[in-house]
Design a protein around this ligand. Structure first.
Ligand code: AMP
Length: 225
């Protein structure tokens, strides 16, 4: 099963992606997480990407597109994949569609988590990332996923791991830019969403992102074969 998942930053896309990935045992490819790993490891790719990410800009297509297209060719993708964070603009969408077609790879589902911009913004600043698994949901403003207190500090509610924030989650200008890109339906991510929704092959699953984590995942699972 091959899936694209879309949703603005703050929509719970990473959390839902992780739930679907586990259920179907498919590769979970997150472009943002690949960049952050490379930044953490100090690789050349990480050095090139860091300034763009800190500002909330897209990393240029000539870096991002080959990184993802090559990742899809790795052996673990043979049994299916869920792609999260890519494509982020129309050019990436068209390039991906062509690469899939050329490779004889079928896209089965396009999942879209729909959330208004103001709500997405409120959610971003309070989220906390677990150092052990960035898809362990922790948010200081939501009772159901509040971090726990351990040795006097807030820790991951799933595994007790340390929590950190993403620098681009605490910067108003960076949040604004990421959302400008997401909600842009001319050349940005919404243009990519509409491009894939209009293709005849894949089935589109649109879900309301204001519901709770279990409700959103149930709505997605109901529609996945
Ligand atoms: P995310 O974790 O998906 O919020 O991504 C974090 C940051 O990584 C984004 O704000 C971009 O700077 C960069 N990034 C992630 N995916 C892409 C992409 N498909 N194209 C360009 N830049 C990306």
């Amino acid at each position: 099963m091959n899936i694209l998942i879309f949703g603005p930053n703050g929509s719970g896309k990473g959390t839902q992606g992780a739930i679907v990935q586990k259920k179907y045992s498919i590769a979970h490819i997150e472009s943002g997480a690949i960049f952050r790993k490379n930044i953490g490891e100090g690789t050349e790719l990480g050095k090139k990407a860091k300034a763009y990410i800190d500002r909330g800009d897209l990393v240029p297509d000539d870096i991002t597109i080959p990184m993802i297209i090559n990742r899809l060719k790795e052996p673990d993708c043979k049994s299916g994949w869920l792609l999260d964070g890519f494509p982020r603009n129309k050019v990436q969408a068209e390039t991906l569609a062509k690469a899939l077609k050329d490779g004889g790879i079928k896209l089965d589902y396009v999942i879209e988590i729909v959330l208004a911009r103001e709500v997405a913004k409120l959610r971003i600043t309070g989220r906390r990332l677990c150092v052990n698994d960035n898809n362990h949901p922790n948010h200081i403003a939501f009772e159901a996923i509040k971090p726990v207190e351990k040795n006097g500090k807030l820790s991951c509610r799933v595994c007790g791991g340390d929590l950190k924030t993403r620098p681009d989650d605490q910067d108003d200008a960076a949040i604004g830019k990421r959302h400008d890109i997401y909600y842009d339906d001319k050349t940005g991510t919404m243009a990519a969403v509409n491009f894939f929704k209009n293709l005849s092959g894949p089935k589109t699953i649109s879900v309301d992102g204001t519901a709770s984590i279990p409700e959103v995942s149930e709505a997605i699972m109901r529609q996945l074969a």
